[in-house]
Design a protein. Structure first.
Ligand code: MG
Ligand code: MG
Ligand code: MG
Length: 305
């Protein structure tokens, strides 16, 4: 029986590349694993797979009765619906510890670094397995994406050090330029539907007795959203209903000026105002310096619920 390897719902590049890289490592170590994904990939991930001849992991959303490695999450709200009927044999993650539990012993690699692929690189080193050139290139991109080319407060010395090593293996000299090329692809929002945008990088969290959804779009120039705000707000209202949320937020993150315009649809917006000590205007606020959902948004929201 194969073991499946996958990341969170609405998979980002870390989740997709991590599944590919971790599955490769595990297979080298004699296990039988298959990388999978829980949903559609983003244009950024497509760029990475094309650039480094990556194979798109197969779509699989049900895992009852299966053994699984999960990566880049440990929250039930970001897991397949039948995760409680699967056996989690390992967790590789760099987020807050979530609410998934297991009945059996498991392998755990959880650390506060900028990207799951940073941890996976350390796993390769620990097991003394060489990383193929193309996989190294993909892992490099995943780390550049998650750390916003090292600008995110989640980025650590380990992330920058490992990027250097992966770039060497992949034969890439100017990897910051590669990161910018990737973020320009990521900034392409024209032609995408509002729902595609609100859910492109969207995560749900159980907070007390309610659910909160937080999406994020990282772009090189916020003006791409100038004519889109109304449509985005309309969709956030729908999304809030569809997912039965107390609050639905969308971070429009400008990676060049380094900050986020936050759009809020909430049953009680005063909770958001309190969390960040701000006043919303037209259900929006600019949060200077805010780049990271996991470090600068979720920890402040959680205590309000
Ligand atoms: Mg992720
Ligand atoms: Mg990640
Ligand atoms: Mg991210």
């Amino acid at each position: 029986m194969s073991t499946y390897v996958f990341g969170h719902t609405n998979p980002d590049s870390d989740s997709i590349v991590g599944a590919i890289a971790l599955s490769y490592l595990k297979n080298k170590l004699g296990e039988d694993t298959i990388p999978t994904r829980q949903g559609k990939i983003s244009p950024e991930t497509e760029f990475i797979l094309n650039k480094f001849n990556g194979t798109l992991p197969e779509l699989k959303t049900s895992y009852a009765g299966e053994d699984v490695y999960i990566l880049d999450f440990s929250d039930k709200a970001q897991a397949p619906e039948d995760i409680s009927e699967a056996t989690i044999v390992g967790i590789i993650d760099h987020h807050k510890l979530g609410d998934l539990t297991t009945n059996t012993p498991l392998e755990c690699w959880i650390r506060p670094v900028g990207c799951s692929n940073t941890i996976i690189k350390e796993m390769f080193d620990y097991h003394e397995v060489e990383i193929p050139k193309d996989i190294a290139g993909m892992m490099l991109c995943a780390i550049l994406s998650d750390t916003v080319i090292f600008k995110s407060p989640t980025c650590t010395k380990m992330d920058t050090k490992i990027c250097k090593q992966l770039a060497e293996t992949a034969g890439i000299e100017d990897y910051k330029a590669l990161g910018m090329e990737m973020f320009i692809v990521k900034s392409e929002v024209q032609g995408a539907s509002p729902r595609d945008l609100t859910t492109r990088d969207y995560k749900k969290f159980d907070m007390g007795s309610v659910k909160v959804g937080v999406g994020q779009l990282e772009v090189v120039d916020l003006s791409v959203f100038d004519n889109m705000k109304e449509d985005l707000f309309a969709d956030l209202k729908e999304l809030k209903k569809d997912d039965n949320l107390h609050t639905c937020m969308l971070l429009l993150t400008d990676i060049m000026t380094e900050g986020s315009q936050v759009l809020v649809v909430s049953d009680d917006a005063s909770k958001i105002e309190k969390a960040f000590d701000i006043k919303l205007e037209n259900d929006q606020v600019w949060l200077p310096g805010v780049l990271s959902r996991k470090k600068q948004i979720i920890p402040f929201l959680q205590p309000q619920f």
